[in-house]
Ligand binder design. Sequence first.
Ligand code: U2F
Length: 567
Amino acid sequence: MDAAFRSDIGALLEQVGAGKESLSFMKRRIRRMAAQWASAARRLDDKLRDHRREQKRILVHVGFLTEESGDVFSPKVLKGGPLGEMVQWADILTALHVLGHDLKISVSLKELHGFLGVPPGRGNCPLTGPLPFDLIYTDYHGLQQMKHHMGLSLRKHKCHIRVIDTFGTEPAYNHEEYATLHGYRTNWGYWNLRGQQYMTMFPHTPDNSFMGFVAEELNETERLNIQRNKVNNMAVVYGKDASMWKVSGKEKFLAILHRYMEIHGTVYYEAQRPPEVPAFVKNHGLLPQQELQQLLRKAKLFIGFGFPYEGPAPLEAIANGCIFLQPKFNPSHSSLNHDFFRGKPTSRKVSSQHPYAEQYIGRPHVITIDFNNSEEFESTVREIMRMNVKPFLPYEYTCEGMLERVHAYIQNQDFCRPEAPFPPVNSSWLGDAPGPFVLPPDSSILAWGANASSYAPWPPLSALRLLASPEGQSCVRACRRAGLVCEPALYRFINIREAFSALDLQCDGLESEMNHLFPAFSAEHAECGLQRDPLLFSCAGSSGRYRRLCPCRDYRVGQVALCRDCL
Ligand code: U2F
């Protein structure tokens, strides 16, 4: 059956249920953004006229909101606790509903059992019949619960699962045996899923799929009004919990800022105990989302102190015409050196409070500096007061962008299909073409891919651009530096001896190993290493000993998840 776009959200609101502050927050958000989703759906409907969209049966099981997982988030919704995850789940539900899929939503084990057809009261009970869903979106808590309650049948059905995973999971951590042997084992990883089954909040590592969320869009009149009514000396501080203001050196830079600007905050406080923020800060208390948007429309500057990491608020501020000023981290924060990231299944180095804002948006909307350098800080504040910046929202964070991306994933990502075998080792698919490493149209790998059409990858092979990273550089970075993005789905097509010679890397020896950096070339020994286990293909990861082979691809400006031929 085909899916038809929906513009009415009534049925979705009913499904979301009630009885928890988190669900009420999500419903308020869904209601507030409904008109924006509806007009995005109309535009995308026009754009996708010629595409068939199959309706999928989808279960969304939000594990972290279940009582059984402890649900620590719901009681803090009105008290300055994390809201980013709820923003994202609200938007995922809306996107799936608007795209016209057959959706079931569960926020308790009882509902999960009901939808999966597990008899009540029976714990570890394998599903006997077929899985009644094409896709299951859940999180790490939900995955654990499904393992407990579906037992071994989870293994059979796991290709249908998508894990919403804010900060991402790198392949080395996901591979149970490898993680255990090489020190990558954490509380979260080692599920042996395909890397792209994990879906992140920002495009962190291309090893995972970028799910994202949306921010409010403005019409032309609103844009003009915002620009007209900006208060040049008004700053809002990022951080809705008083603990986020307890940063060393904060007094110094707050004092500088206060010399030039009126400082506002939205820090939660209880009536009897006002928050510990300096007296000169105009604190509004935690605001409902739409009131925060109004405050951001007036403010010129949105300033982060270093925490929370990678949340939605800076995108909302930039969308409302603020400049986001944030600290650079030197050294970068990561699971190796910072408590917040410790135990997370990733080694990603976080270079500032919001690397997406820094790397994908940048000046004039985002300014990333060393807050310990008082002179630089002061001159930047002065510069910001002189700057004139228009509201900006990257396409991938608009409703249309999110619908387009989720549509493309649903219709094209298939992790249940048997994986393509490795291509014939002697294929001369790269031909003699030196330099640009684009596949010649007559290359034998394309013919091979076309013959093995049931294995034809998505993104398509035509998007592949091969390169070798310099020693010590990951494929995430190497592809980026070439204006491309690393594409793990295409790794298996470059995991052949030919790829080394096409890049003028002479192999004296060729080995095949389980190593998340392979395929790679060791210059010291002129050894070429092929990857033995496709689950370990990884864009992330680097070593001074290796030049890595990288399957890069092009991407659409403002929609990094999709290549030009991906729709
Ligand atoms: C991030 O979670 P946070 O909830 O701390 O992220 P924020 O960027 O602060 O914003 C979440 C939402 O809170 C809203 C705002 C954002 O959409 O509109 N809000 C509000 O309604 N009222 C206010 O007064 C202030 C903000 C991140 F998203 C999580 O994944 C991380 O776990 C967490 C820690 O790094 O940071």
